[in-house]
Write a new protein. Structure first.
Ligand code: NAD
Length: 255
């Protein structure tokens, strides 16, 4: 389905990003993973080698905005043209508004907003050269809140990502580039596990009860629940879809 599509996935070593990397490789895309942890990058590349596709990895801290130009140049030296950019790397911390300090706010804005913006900007000519597409991994938290999960910094960042998706889609269409977002519901990943681990025992019980109540499909998602939609949006089957924010959330946002 994605034969020979050169695909860059930020945060492609864990959770949703790794699920996407596997699905793209299974569909014969070449993949380029950008993530922080070198060991995880090596492990992920080893797993992906079973699919007999081109795999590249690059270690970078995308929250350090001043280094993104260098990261992009390193990518372009290997792939001067690119078909798909999946802006997936992100952070989510849930603290009450009055306890969210500037450092935490900056981390959300840098990694979840500025990094995808600047990376996409730096790669834009390379994407336009192949009439490629951008897929932003947003979140239902851009427009729906959960009890016990105070999320102003995270919600602000994902709301910005949705606005970026639509506004860039409007401009980028003229260069033949499509821009879409996926808004996952809660997905069982290291990021979510880390947040659950911070809850008290009582908090964990309440969380489980809440999931059973608010998800029409009765469960949280797994990374593989997200990757199929990502493959579809990157494929030629989605050639007339741009500016869409696709909820992949077990029905969470139906109510
Ligand atoms: P995760 O923490 O499990 O994995 C994050 C990935 O991003 C890892 O590969 C990590 O190396 C990379 N990463 C983190 N910080 C980085 C940095 N500073 N520089 C470079 N890479 C970095 O996360 P996840 O749960 O798979 O989430 C992935 C995306 O999906 C995020 O944008 C998140 O906001 C979004 N999302 C997640 C959920 C969920 O429930 N898990 C729900 C909605 C949206």
């Amino acid at each position: 389905m994605l034969s020979n599509k050169r695909t860059i996935i930020t945060g492609g070593t864990d959770g949703i990003g790794f699920g996407i990397a596997k699905a793209f490789a299974e569909n014969n895309a070449s993949v380029f993973l950008i993530a922080r942890d070198e060991e995880n990058l090596k492990k992920s590349a080893a797993t992906l080698s079973q699919f007999d596709v081109e795999v590249h990895v690059l270690s970078a801290d995308l929250s350090n905005i001043s280094t993104i130009k260098k990261t992009t140049q390193d990518i372009l030296n290997i792939w001067p043209e690119v078909d798909v950019l999946v802006n997936n790397a992100g952070i989510a911390r849930f603290n009450p508004f009055t306890e969210t300090n500037e450092e935490e706010l900056d981390l959300h804005l840098n990694l979840n907003v500025k990094a995808p913006y600047i990376l996409t900007q730096q790669l834009f000519d390379a994407l336009a050269a192949r009439k490629g597409s951008v897929i932003n991994i947003s979140s239902y938290f851009s427009h729906r809140m959960l009890p016990g999960r105070p999320s102003t910094a995270y919600s602000l960042s994902k709301g910005a990502m949705d606005a970026f998706t639509k506004s860039l889609a409007y401009e980028a269409g003229q260069r033949g580039v499509r821009v879409n977002a996926i808004a996952p519901g809660t997905v069982n990943t290291p990021l979510v596990q880390a947040n659950i681990n911070r809850l008290t025992d009582e908090g964990k019980t309440k969380f489980d009860e809440m999931i059973g109540t608010i998800y029409p499909l009765g469960r949280i998602g797994e990374p593989d629940d997200i990757s199929g939609a990502t493959v579809f949006l990157a494929s030629d089957q989605a050639r007339w879809i741009t500016g869409a924010i696709l909820a992949v959330d077990g029905g969470l946002t139906t109510n």
